[in-house]
Design a protein around this ligand. Sequence first.
Ligand code: ATP
Ligand code: MG
Length: 250
Amino acid sequence: MDVILEGIGITRSFGGLRALSNVNIVVAQGEIFGLIGPNGAGKSTLLNVLCGVSPPNHGKVLFKKRDITGQKPHSICRLGISRVLQTPRPFQSMTVLENVAVGAVFGGHGRLKGISAVNQAESTLRFMNLHEKKDFQVGSLTLQEKKLVEMARALASNPEVLLIDEVMSGLNPTEIEEAMRLVRRVRDMLGVTVVWIEHVMRAIMGVAERVMALNYGQVIALGSPVQVAQDEKVIEAYLGKGMGATGTGR
Ligand SMILES: Nc1ncnc2c1ncn2[C@@H]1O[C@H](COP(=O)(O)OP(=O)(O)OP(=O)(O)O)[C@@H](O)[C@H]1O
Ligand SMILES: [Mg+2]
């Protein structure tokens, strides 16, 4: 396995609360890696540690074997790791295209300026079937469209790794299907490695190749979706009896 991103012995505390205790995560180049667990398990904190938003108290983060622990988010983004936020925070009064062009300018190792940032934003919007909305103000969009803009913003920075935090909550079943196809296309067509937190079990179990489950800041299971869905500790902590791999989650 060709490792692209690694967290080794990650511990992160907030005051007296240990959000992550000695967590190890190894992500292979080109895989779709799922992260599950109950509310407060430490999933978002782990993504924050990986992308530099929340440096670990102990442990190391390696990107392509290079130690990036403690680097600032914009530096890490420039190296090639972009993050899609749990709650989209687009510039509401700007257009879709402008929002995505901001991602192209500020992110990414292929840092772009002016016209080329707009070109990059346009091609990202085409890829996401959002191009016809490019001149709409983001404030006028539906929740799903806002989430797609947030993902487009991250993708426009031309990342090698995309960290996605719960893009599917609040979406209807058809929108979830579309979002699942999109995550697959991001990996298959753009070659981007994906680390993806999701509560919608059907989606993550259907798309991720490996899944890691966290509970109280510790890894309780790691394996294929089927292995993890059948894991006693995961069922007890998170899935509940009788849900298994086909459950729809929350
Ligand atoms: N900035 C912060 N300051 C203080 N406590 C925090 C902070 N961020 C997270 N926590 C705490 O750390 C723990 C893990 O939170 P985290 O957001 O990582 O969980 P999560 O698995 O993403 O949960 P959810 O599924 O609800 O998004 C929680 O107890 C949370 O309250
Ligand atoms: Mg979270």
